[in-house]
Design a protein around this ligand. Structure first.
Ligand code: FE2
Ligand code: FE2
Length: 296
């Protein structure tokens, strides 16, 4: 099946960077005195290890369906990058646990969602299995739109620096964000390759967008309640989110919603969002990415 979008990324070579972060000195509130902003961003660590491992499984299932050598290479590069992202965020979860914030009850629910509800269905016929894989690729493509949006935000978030956010956590967020911007087209191009239909794309977003918001809100509530230093004193609210976003520590909720709507435009392509040049420039200077490059 021919690809129906312009070959904007024919020279894209995705390199998994085997980064490592030292969390020993990370304070529980790594944005000083900002537990709400800290835990709203910490939801990433709750969702991504299971979520990105699931992306890897879906893409491995989709690989035999790919009939384009360049796209195949991109899918393999994407899988390599996402596998490292999942492990990097897993290490933050382990650090939270060591600090007395037990993330496991929430993570168990996320694992159930990705492994059971959205996992492979072994008893399907070959035709139905193909349908099921493409449906899940559409879901990944919708989520990848948001990871690129968030990555682009992380690369352009001086508010976090102004607030004195921990530099190692900022490097994790921006290294990951830069790789999300770098590979932002892969899931979408894979979806178009397997099914160029508009309906499937829309369905992926209509399911994925609200689910992501729901999981995020639940995640913030969970972390604020589980944080042993807060004793339930900080209550999450949309008003608090607006306030923190205005000070540049979170993405603007309206911009985030608008971004989700842009995905539904018939002429949408991920390259319209974010800048590959900026992402690569960050990766060239990222302490973790530089250390990973030096280790090879
Ligand atoms: Fe990722
Ligand atoms: Fe990604």
């Amino acid at each position: 099946m021919p690809r129906t979008v312009p070959e904007v990324h024919t020279d894209l070579v995705l390199e998994p960077r085997d980064v490592h972060f030292d969390w020993t000195g990370l304070p529980l509130h790594w944005i000083p005195d900002e537990p709400f902003a800290t835990h709203t961003i910490n939801v990433l660590h709750l969702l991504l290890p299971e979520g990105e491992r699931w992306f890897v499984e879906v893409f491995k299932e989709a690989l035999p369906l790919v009939r384009d050598e360049q796209l195949r290479e991109e899918v393999l590069g994407f899988v390599g990058q996402e596998a490292i992202h999942a492990e990097a965020h897993q290490q933050v979860l382990d650090h939270l646990l060591a600090q007395g914030l037990d993330p496991r009850p929430y993570v168990r629910q996320i694992a159930w969602l990705f492994q059971r509800v959205l996992g492979p269905k072994p008893r399907l016929t070959a035709r139905r299995r193909r349908e099921n894989v493409i449906e899940r690729v559409a879901f990944v493509a919708a989520i990848e739109h948001f990871t690129a949006f968030l990555g682009n935000w992380a690369l352009n978030s001086p508010g976090l620096d102004r607030a004195g956010a921990d530099p190692t956590m900022l490097d994790l967020l921006r290294w990951h964000g830069a790789e999300e911007v770098e590979h932002r087209s892969v899931a979408f191009d894979l979806l178009v390759h397997l099914d160029p239909g508009y309906l499937r794309r829309v369905r992926g977003m209509l399911l994925g967008g609200p689910l992501l918001v729901h999981l995020w809100v639940r995640g913030v509530r969970f972390l604020l309640a589980a944080d042993p230093s807060l004793d339930g004193r900080v209550q999450p609210s949309w008003k608090a989110a607006w306030h923190v976003a205005r000070r540049g520590m979170l993405p603007d909720p309206v911009q985030s919603l608008r971004s989700g709507i842009r995905y539904l435009k018939p002429g949408y392509h991920p390259t319209q969002e974010g800048s590959s040049a900026q992402a690569l420039s960050y990766l060239a200077g990222s302490p973790a990415a530089r250390a990973a490059a030096g280790a090879h």
